[in-house]
Design a binder for this molecule. Structure first.
Ligand code: B4P
Length: 185
């Protein structure tokens, strides 16, 4: 069973790699950012609550995202595995996910940290130009990444679940490193 979690700063290529590998491994790509953006577009109750957080580069309150992930992981297409992109982003969310996985008795996941320097991710995101890709919002997302998400590197490192991949290479080279890694595990 393929269960992979992508960590990394905004713009590290989590979404880019998760999409490609989900096709390759035939498992669902679960992106909390994509689910939130689609809820915002459709103006669902979740979307209305999440909008101001996403637009300003802050984390959406964990209880909203956790409910969303729990519901998604109960769908039938997750039985053969999944790729989680953008979740967990805090130690609280990681502990929540651990509990959820314990309940299913199917073991843990492999956690991949895509390592990319700040200067490179800022350039990539400015070029992408999504509505939350303005310089000010990108800098806020990076600050929050440092304070809230980097503790997960130790969290998963201590649990021997973490692998670091150099994300500062061409998308194809990163994909090839990731395929080699997961085949060899
Ligand atoms: P996300 O949608 O997760 O966005 P991201 O971190 O900016 O993007 P990612 O790393 O996936 O980069 P991508 O592959 O697209 O989050 C957005 C917002 O949602 C957050 O700020 C927050 O508000 C909210 N949110 C989401 N999850 C949450 C959670 N768990 N808790 C609370 N709030 C949450 O790549 C970026 C660009 O780089 C693309 O243009 C791509 O083409 C390019 N690129 C990728 N790989 C490249 C490479 N190797 N070389 C050159 N360019 C590359």
């Amino acid at each position: 069973m393929t269960r992979v979690i992508f960590l990394g700063p905004p713009g590290a290529g989590k979404g880019t790699q998760a999409k490609t590998l989900a096709d390759h491994w035939q498992v669902p790509h679960i992106s909390t950012g994509d689910i939130l953006r689609s809820a915002i577009k459709e103006q669902t109750p979740l979307g209305v609550k999440a909008k101001s957080f996403v637009d300003s580069g802050q984390l959406v309150p964990s209880e909203l995202v956790q409910d969303m992930v729990e519901e998604r992981l109960q769908k039938a297409d997750t039985h053969s595995g999944w790729i989680l992109d953008g979740f967990p982003r805090t130690v609280e969310q990681a502990a929540f996910l651990d509990n959820l996985l314990k309940k299913t008795n199917l073991g843990g996941a492999m956690v991949i940290n895509l390592d990319v320097p700040d200067g490179v991710v800022i350039g990539r995101l400015l070029e992408r130009g999504r509505r939350d890709d303005t310089e000010e919002v990108i800098r806020r997302r990076l600050e929050i990444y440092r304070s809230e998400t980097t503790p997960l590197i130790d969290y998963y490192g201590d649990r021997k679940q973490l692998v670091v991949i150099n994300g500062n290479q061409s998308p194809d080279s990163v994909t090839s490193n990731l395929k080699d890694l997961v085949v060899s595990c």
